[in-house]
Structures are given as structure tokens and as C-alpha cells.
Design a protein around this ligand. Structure first.
Ligand SMILES: [Zn+2]
Length: 269
């Protein structure tokens, strides 16, 4: 008897489901897998980072700068003044494990951030808006608070994962964490981390000037003047609402018995 191979039925490899539905399921499935992997990676990195001391962090990120950061001229007066001010403020944190470096981001958008290794970045846009040294001292003191509590370093786990994913999607460079990834990452600070950073900021301002006058004056202006919204939107996306923040800061100063009035130091530029 001869075996005769039968032709398979037409369309045997075609599923009954509409191809678009199948594609949708595939995309949703892959996205879910991606998200789960990203979350697992973030968790593992955050656990690992728990064991990295601030001293090791300072060594690891010695002289590091984000690749995509565009700074103002090194001769800019504001740079040396801001650095001097940070050095004075750090005097009230005697065993600080970092050598703090200030860089000014050549951006018109107001923002300030704490990055690994003791790097503090303030934007040109923020410096344009501060009207006294006391106002600036608080903004810088707040960022010092993030170093004190090591919030910035824990956020780095997220930053690393984010930049790897960015690089995978855009075909860019994985080697470093750019300022854009850092910016998105820092939006993840909790309200509690922000409050503690504010309290540390107030403490160094009080220690430096003997009062906390004008510590929150910048936020008071932002709170009432909506026309500036566009300028400080970036700062607000990484920091709490001015209104709540001012209330909390006032209460904290009162609790600590810190004077809310005193001599104001002008800016030197
Ligand atoms: Zn903050």
C-alpha cells in the first residue's frame, strides 16, 4: 500500500483571533515583563546600595559629572559664590563625608538637585529668581539634607535602571546617568524625605545666620505669582507644593524656637 501525503487544510497556521488583538496581547505582555524586570532590578540595586557607605560613594563619584550637563562658564561669579556658600553651610555639618561641588546648569528652568558623590546642581533659572543669600542658602541646605539622609543615593538605583532602559530604547550610551534621567528619578522622593530635607535645610540656615528669615520667601513668591509657573514647574515637579511646604517649615521653626526675623544678607552678584 502506498502512502499518499494529504495536503493540510488551508489556513491551518492562522489563528481565529484577529491579528491586531494578538499584537496587542503581545505588546501588553512584553510591557508587563519589562516593568516587572525593571522593578526587580531597582529593588536589587537599592538593596545592594544600602551597603555602600557615603565614603565609598564619594570615592566612586569623585569628579563625576552627568554627560548631558551644560554648565555656565567656570569664571561665572555665581559659581564661586554658590560654592563658597555651600562650604560655609557645610561647616555646620562637621563630619560630612562628602566634598561638596556646586555646578550651575545653563538652563532657564528653575531647579536644584543632589547627585551622587556630593554634586549639587542649581540651574541658572533658579539663581535668577533668588533675591537674597538667605533664600539661596535654604535651597542649598535642602539639597544638603538629601545627602545627609542619602535620599539621592537610593534614588540612583532607579536612575541606573532608567538610563539602561532609555539607552535600550533610544540606542544611546549606557555608560552614564544623564541629567535628564536624574531629573526624572528625583521626582520619586517621598513627601517624608522632602520634609526631612527641609528640616535639615532650616537647621543649617539657622546655624549660619542665627535665624531662618527668608528661608521660604522664594516659595512664598512662587505660591502667589502664577505668571512664574512656567519657570519653576521643574523645581515643583521634584519638590512639594509651596503652600504645604511653607506651613510645615513655619511650624518646624516654631517648634525649635528659631527666630523668623533677622538681618538679610544680599547676594554678591
Ligand atoms: Zn528635595
Amino acid at each position: 500500500m502506498r502512502f499518499v501525503a494529504k495536503q493540510p487544510k488551508e489556513g491551518i497556521n492562522v489563528s481565529d483571533t484577529h491579528p491586531l488583538v494578538e499584537a496587542g496581547t503581545l505588546v501588553a505582555g512584553l510591557t508587563a515583563i519589562f516593568v516587572v524586570i525593571a522593578l526587580a532590578l531597582i529593588f536589587m540595586i537599592e538593596v545592594a546600595m544600602y551597603f555602600v557607605s557615603a565614603e565609598d560613594e564619594a570615592k566612586l563619584f569623585d569628579n563625576w559629572l552627568p554627560d548631558d550637563l551644560i554648565t555656565v562658564s567656570p569664571d561665572d561669579d555665581r559659581l564661586s559664590e554658590a560654592q563658597l556658600l555651600v562650604d560655609r553651610l557645610v561647616g555646620h555639618w562637621p563630619d560630612a563625608p562628602y566634598e561638596f561641588r556646586v555646578e550651575i546648569d545653563d538652563s532657564e528652568i528653575s531647579n536644584a538637585m543632589a547627585l551622587p558623590g556630593g554634586l549639587i546642581i542649581v540651574t541658572q533659572g533658579l539663581l535668577d529668581q533668588v533675591e537674597s543669600e538667605n533664600e539661596l542658602a535654604f535651597v542649598l541646605g535642602h539639597e544638603l539634607g538629601h545627602f545627609k539622609n542619602r535620599d539621592h543615593f537610593r534614588a540612583l538605583g532607579r536612575g541606573i535602571v532608567l538610563s539602561v532602559f532609555f539607552a535600550a530604547v533610544t540606542g544611546g550610551d549606557v555608560a552614564s546617568i544623564g541629567i535628564k534621567a536624574a531629573d526624572i528619578t528625583l521626582r520619586g522622593f517621598s513627601r517624608r524625605q522632602e520634609t526631612r530635607a527641609d528640616e535639615f535645610g532650616l537647621l543649617v540656615v539657622q546655624s549660619e545666620y542665627g535665624h531662618v528669615d527668608e528661608a521660604w520667601r522664594l516659595f512664598e513668591r512662587w505660591n502667589v505669582d502664577d505668571s512664574r509657573l512656567i519657570d519653576f514647574a521643574a523645581y515643583l515637579s521634584t519638590h512639594p507644593e509651596p503652600r504645604d511646604r511653607i506651613e510645615d517649615m513655619k511650624r518646624h521653626a516654631e517648634r525649635e524656637g528659631w527666630p523668623v526675623e533677622g538681618d538679610i544678607s544680599p547676594l554678591d552678584w
